[in-house]
Design a protein around this ligand. Structure first.
Ligand code: PLP
Length: 404
C-alpha cells in the first residue's frame, strides 16, 4: 500500500536521507564542540567534521575545499553573492544582469542593491524558459560586474546554458554567479568546466538538512572576494561570521557524498518515471508541458491543463503533495511569475502543476499520480462550461478576452 498524500514536491524540499541523519547524530551529542575552539579536542573533533564536509561539498562541484563558505542556506548564499559582489566591486562598475525567472532570493537581493545605487537588468527569457545568449551579450556593458543566472529553474526545471553564459560574462570582464540549488546533486555541475565564479547550493534540496547551505567563491583565475554581510568572529575566511552549524554542515557533506555516488543512476531512474508521468498526462487533450523539454532536470515536469480551474485542481488532487502555478506567495491570487515570464496566460499559469520526483519516489506512486491527476482533470472539465464551449468549437480566446 502506498501512503498518501504521496510526495511529489521535491523541488520545494526533499526528505532527508536516513544515512545523512546517521552521520549528523554524533555531532548533536558527544561531538558537540565548537569548530572554532583551538585549545582542546572537543573543538578539534568538530573542526575535523567540518573539514571533511568541506571536502565532500567541494568534490561534488569540482571545487577546492578552501573555496566553500558555509551558510544558513541558499537564501543567505544568494544574498551574500549578490550584495557581497556589489559591495566589493562597485568601484569597477555598478551594472548587474539577472533573469526575470530567478528565485526570489536573487531578485530581492537585486532589488536591495538597486536602492544602494546598482543598475540591474532583468532579462526576459524565451517562451521555453531559456535565456537568449544574443540578448545577454547585447545587455553586457563595460560597467557590468556580475551576471547572476540560475543553473536550473525551480518551477519548470529548465537548465540554462551556463558554459556559454560564463564565457559571455568573462569576455566583458564580469563575474558569473549561479544559483545552482536545483541542479547540484541532480546533474553534473563543475565550477571549472562551467566557468562559474560563485555558486549557491542548499542542503534540504538534496536530501540533506534544512538551514544549511554553501556559497562557492572562486580563489584562482580570478581570485574572487565578497564583502561579508554578517560581521563577527571572522569565520569562513572573514566572509561569513558566526559559530558553524556543525551537525548541519556534516549532514550537508554526507548528502553531497551520496549524490556523488548515486546521482547518475538516480537521474536515469527518475527521468524514466518522469517521462512516463508526462507522456501519460499528455494523453489528456489540451495539456501543455512548460519549459524546454530538451534542457531540463530529469525529475521535474510542469504541466498546464487548459480549461481547468487551478484551485479546483489542487483540491481534487489532495492525495498528492504537488505545487501549483497558482501557489500564491503572500496569499495573493497572482499566478507564478516564472510561468508568466514564459508568456503563459493567467488561466494557463493557474492551471499548472509542478511534479517534482525524488530519491524516494517509487513507480507505484507515479502510477497513482497519473491515475489521480487524470481523474481530477476529467472530472473538473465535466463540470466546466468553458470546456463544454471548447468542445462545441466556440472560439474561447476571443470570448475570454472580451470578458476580462
Ligand atoms: C529553495 C531555493 C532557494 C532557497 O534555498 P533555502 O536553502 O531554502 O534558503 C534558492 N534558490 C532556488 C533555486 C531554490 O530552489
Amino acid at each position: 500500500m502506498i501512503k498518501t498524500p504521496i510526495y511529489l514536491d521535491n523541488n520545494a524540499t526533499t526528505q532527508m536521507d536516513p544515512r545523512v541523519l546517521e552521520a549528523m547524530l554524533p555531532y548533536f551529542t558527544e561531538k558537540f564542540g565548537n569548530a572554532a575552539s583551538r585549545n582542546h579536542p572537543y573543538g578539534w573533533v568538530a573542526e575535523e567534521g567540518v573539514d571533511y564536509a568541506r571536502e565532500q561539498v567541494a568534490k561534488l562541484i569540482g571545487a577546492n575545499e578552501k573555496e566553500i563558505i558555509f551558510t544558513s542556506g541558499a537564501t543567505e548564499s544568494d544574498n551574500l553573492a549578490i550584495k557581497g559582489v556589489y559591495e566589493m566591486y562597485k568601484d569597477k562598475g555598478n551594472h548587474i544582469i539577472t533573469l526575470t525567472t530567478e528565485h526570489k532570493a536573487v531578485l530581492d537581493a537585486c532589488k536591495h542593491i538597486e536602492k544602494l545605487g546598482a543598475n540591474v537588468t532583468y532579462l526576459d527569457v524565451e517562451s521555453d524558459g531559456l535565456v537568449d545568449l544574443k540578448k545577454l551579450e547585447a545587455a553586457m556593458t563595460p560597467e557590468t560586474i556580475l551576471v547572476a543566472i540560475m543553473y536550473a529553474n525551480n518551477e519548470i526545471g529548465v537548465i540554462q546554458p551556463v558554459k556559454q553564459i560564463s564565457a559571455i560574462a568573462h569576455k566583458f570582464g564580469a563575474l558569473f554567479f549561479t544559483d545552482a540549488v536545483q541542479a547540484v546533486g541532480k546533474i553534473p555541475v563543475n565550477v571549472i568546466e562551467d566557468g562559474i565564479d560563485l555558486l549557491a547550493l542548499s542542503g534540504h534540496k538534496m536530501y540533506g538538512p534544512k538551514g544549511v547551505g554553501a556559497l562557492y567563491v572562486r580563489r584562482k583565475n580570478p581570485r574572487v572576494k565578497v564583502t561579508s554581510q554578517m560581521d563577527g568572529g571572522g569565520h569562513e575566511r572573514g566572509m561569513r561570521s558566526g559559530t558553524l552549524n556543525v551537525p548541519g554542515i556534516v549532514g550537508l557533506g554526507k548528502a553531497c557524498e551520496l549524490c556523488i555516488d548515486e546521482m547518475e543512476t538516480e537521474a536515469k531512474r527518475l527521468s524514466v518515471l518522469r517521462d512516463k508521468l508526462e507522456n501519460s498526462l499528455n494523453e489528456l487533450e489540451e495539456s501543455y508541458v512548460n519549459g524546454n523539454i530538451n534542457h531540463r532536470l530529469p525529475h521535474t515536469a510542469n504541466i498546464s491543463f487548459k480549461y481547468v480551474e487551478g484551485e479546483g485542481l489542487m483540491m481534487a488532487m489532495k492525495d498528492m503533495a504537488v505545487s501549483s502555478g497558482s501557489a500564491c506567495t503572500s496569499a495573493s491570487l497572482e499566478p507564478s511569475y516564472v510561468l508568466k515570464s514564459l508568456g503563459l496566460s493567467d488561466d494557463l499559469a493557474h492551471s499548472s502543476i509542478r511534479f517534482g520526483l525524488g530519491r524516494f519516489t517509487t513507480e507505484e506512486e507515479v502510477d497513482f499520480a497519473i491515475e489521480n491527476t487524470k481523474k481530477a482533470v476529467l472530472h473538473l472539465r465535466e463540470l466546466s462550461p468553458l470546456w463544454e464551449m471548447f468542445k462545441e468549437g466556440i472560439d474561447l480566446d476571443s470570448i475570454a478576452w472580451a470578458a476580462h
